[in-house]
Design a protein. Structure first.
Length: 263
């Protein structure tokens, strides 16, 4: 369904550009402010008239424009890090959630109405190639979408790349897909450790982390292991002892996140 059925007062281009320029100028701009932006385009319309244009069709139009713009090659400044040169690409993936008014829950479902959760939210996913500066996304998903089920497929990662993501994307099966099984150029990944994830020796015995943790601040321990209960994914584990201040800060952040979700 088209946003503009018959051109009378305002064209689709007028509507889109007024929103973009208006929100760039003032993120909290009111309807009267947007009508002033339209006046500069020689479009005369009242705030009430403009309000009537905010329809599901208008939202679909803006989403299509975002997707069209994202489909064009977007370049950001690439990184110059010698350590990363052996890889064909260094892909960093992340997501960010934006809370929306509850009335939009039927369109963009959040995580619910519990404490710290929103009934309506949208999640944006991006992938960035640090070496070339290529930016993929943002891809839009429901606010309750799990990071591991985002819009970008693991299979689309280039051979020989290094993949970096936070714990939201952690999953033994998913990381096994990232690493790949066939082909001459396998992928590599870097991830934080998900607590309670099984680490096994090559002979299948579970590694007790308490017994291998470094004891002095700044000390680092590295060893090979198989990750997951099935023990099929080979990884290299790196553990470094941080200061008490850093550890306390991280624990406080973990408790804050847990209380917000609540768990």
């Amino acid at each position: 369904m088209s946003f503009i059925q018959r051109e009378r007062v305002i064209r689709g281009a007028d509507f889109v550009q007024s929103l973009i320029f208006g929100w760039l100028q003032e993120p909290e701009i009111a309807l009267d402010g947007l009508t002033q932006v339209l006046h500069r385009r020689e479009v005369s319309i009242s705030g009430a008239g403009l309000s009537q244009r905010f329809t599901p069709e208008a939202a679909a139009l803006l989403q299509r424009i975002l997707e069209r713009l994202s489909a064009e090659q977007m370049q950001v400044e690439p990184g110059e890090i010698a350590l990363l040169k052996p890889f064909s690409a260094v892909i960093v993936e992340d997501s960010s959630s934006i809370t929306l008014p509850p009335k939009l829950a039927e369109v963009w479902r959040g995580c619910g109405g519990g404490p710290g959760a929103s009934e309506a939210a949208i999640k944006l996913f991006v992938r960035w190639d640090v070496l070339r500066g290529d930016l993929q996304g943002p891809g839009l998903e429901q606010g309750r979408c799990n990071d591991k089920r985002g819009p970008f497929a693991v299979e689309d990662l280039p051979d020989g790349c290094l993949y970096v993501a936070d714990l939201g994307f952690f999953g033994v099966q998913r990381l096994a897909q990232v690493a790949g099984r066939g082909g001459q150029r396998k992928r590599s990944f870097v991830s934080r450790y998900q607590p309670k994830t099984a680490l096994l020796t090559c002979s299948g015995h579970r590694i007790a982390l308490r017994g291998v943790l470094p004891q002095q601040e700044g000390q680092r321990v590295e060893f090979g292991a198989l990750v997951g209960a099935a023990g099929r994914l080979s990884v290299r584990v790196i553990i470094e002892r941080v200061s008490k201040e850093v550890a306390d800060e991280r624990r406080a952040r973990i408790r804050e996140i847990a209380q917000a979700h609540p768990r």
